[in-house]
Design a protein around this ligand. Structure first.
Ligand code: GDG
Length: 488
């Protein structure tokens, strides 16, 4: 079994004393001003949560955008601070962006062009020259910051995600001795979809600066190699596991990400979790039995409106559940400066109101909606309380909520409903697999989850738990570290 300790040993052996650098837009720790002084929080980001234990084990360096309003105050002159605050084990180096760069690079090109382009969720991407220029500029800022840290040293640089597609090529030019790998956390679309991007050649050129480029699934790898073959002068090898471009090789691999199973299991099993469950019941008026749960950043790819409609359909067809059931949706606001996300927030409000109005009985209503960021221990308590958890993404690279729910369900009494359009579906076949576009069918699956006999619930959850326990975050990291090690 892969653990934090085995990973630490592997990192020591494989990476020797080379510098290990993780790069991402989102920082793993954010410092904010509050009434009680400066407080450090962790963002609701699957990527940041997944990588944190890896960098802790490597004792390396993490370079990211400093986005908190107190970030500068806790850093030294080079933008560095030791984290996690309770037990510092690595250095976070913050890169500073101005308001305009944040608007154009982050909210603009990253989240209004690339995000909808890569997710088939029927939201049209917008392409603006000014946003593209800012994207190039910010990738260059990251390259400068990293080059200053690396100098002439040998280093492994592990870049995250779609915000930094141009960075690998820039790094190869600035620090050619470094091995560069990237993980693309979201889907890669088919060539037909990708070809509408005006800067597709530049993006592909940037990504082919990597020595290793990984996706969650083989399907995304194949989409990528096909896109490359259609768009640039490059030669994929026969198995589509590597691309030869301008004399250098980029290996393409599928390495599915995961969660820290044992840490979540441990946290969920603590006696304090039982107290928290009681407290959450009181705070949100949650029922003792028949609780359904959804946990997502408020994002149109997550299929939140479809899921709420499905609850409505379920109650239309099974009115005997009125008053005996509740669905709790946690959805912290996300990317609120993008118009599409503000519109989604209104849509979700409306659908929640509509379904509640249709089925309300006295003081009871079916949907309880928390538009807020909950503390992590609250989430683990909720995962333990829920009879079922719905992950109904329209398209999702992996989806970590599904795996967190499994890791926290220590009583083996929960059912996972999982969209067939998530990367995690390929590993979690003992879940109830659903199509979020088929709202009535999803409503019937909810009924099936509530009616499922305890034996079936247990064997399904037990098999899911065995799978996630083995295929945990340390296995993901170990695979990546081994692959990077072979490249040097
Ligand atoms: C991208 C890809 C891929 C949510 N609400 C709260 C909260 N969360 C946490 C969850 C989970 C994370 O946010 C969301 O992870 P996902 O994997 O579901 O989704 P994305 O953020 O879209 O992540 C995705 C991932 O990268 C990793 O590669 O799986 O496909 O889109 O960890 O627990 N956390 C807290 N409070 C909340 O209210 N504390």
């Amino acid at each position: 079994m892969h653990t934090k300790e085995t990973l630490r040993q592997e990192i020591r052996q494989i990476l020797h004393n080379r510098l290990f650098i993780v790069v991402s837009n989102r920082e793993p720790y954010i410092h904010h001003h509050t009434e009680n002084g400066i407080v450090c929080t962790r963002p609701a980001s699957g990527m940041a949560l997944a990588l944190d234990p890896v960098v802790q084990a490597s004792r390396g360096l993490w370079v990211a955008h400093g986005s908190g309003d107190a970030d500068r105050e806790v850093c030294d002159a080079k933008g560095r601070v030791r984290v996690p605050p309770e037990k510092p084990s690595f250095t976070l180096k913050r890169v500073w962006l101005n308001e305009e760069q944040e608007t154009n690079y982050y909210y603009g090109f990253s989240n209004s062009a690339l995000w909808p382009l890569c997710h088939i969720a029927y939201r049209r991407p917008t392409f603006q020259q000014v946003q593209w220029e800012s994207y190039q500029e910010v990738n260059q800022i990251f390259a400068d910051a990293i080059a200053a840290e690396v100098g002439n040293r040998k280093a492994f640089i592990f870049v995250q995600d779609y915000h930094l597609a141009l960075l690998p090529r820039m790094l190869k030019q600035r620090v050619p001795q470094a091995v560069v790998a990237q993980f693309w956390h979201i889907p890669w679309p088919n060539p037909e979809v990708f070809r509408i991007c005006p800067w597709r050649h530049e993006l592909l050129d940037g990504l082919l600066g990597n020595d290793l480029l990984s996706f969650h699934t083989r399907f995304h790898c194949l989409n990528f190699t096909e896109t490359v073959a259609n768009e640039v002068e490059a030669r994929p090898d026969q198995e589509a596991t590597a691309i030869i471009y301008q004399g250098s090789i980029t290996k393409i691999r599928s390495i599915p990400i995961s969660v820290d199973f044992s840490a979540i299991e441990k946290q969920a099993s603590r006696p304090e979790t039982l107290e928290r469950m009681e407290e959450l019941r009181r705070r949100y008026g949650l029922p003792e039995k028949n609780l359904g749960l959804g946990v997502d950043r408020l994002d149109y790819t997550k299929g939140i409106t479809e899921r709420i409609e499905a609850i409505g359909s379920f109650l239309d067809h099974h009115p005997e559940y009125r008053g005996r059931f509740a669905f709790f949706q946690v959805a912290p606001p996300s990317r609120t400066r993008v118009e599409e996300y503000r519109r989604l927030a209104e849509e979700v409000d409306q659908v929640v109101e509509r379904v509640n109005d249709r089925h309300r009985q006295g003081s009871w209503q079916p949907i309880l909606y928390a538009k807020e960021h909950l503390e992590q221990p609250d989430l683990y308590a909720l995962y333990r309380m829920a009879r079922f958890c719905v992950v109904s993404s329209l398209h999702d690279g992996m989806n970590l909520v599904a795996k967190e729910f499994i890791a926290a369900n220590v009583d083996e009494n929960g059912v996972l409903l999982l969209s067939r359009f998530t990367g995690s579906m390929r590993q979690l076949s003992d879940a109830l697999i659903v199509n979020p576009y088929a709202v009535d069918e999803l409503g019937e699956k909810i009924h099936q989850a509530l009616e499922m006999d305890a034996g079936e619930v247990r064997w399904r959850m037990r098999r899911l738990r065995e799978g996630v326990q083995v295929n945990n975050i340390y296995k993901w990291a170990s695979t990546i570290v081994h692959k990077i090690g072979h490249l040097s």
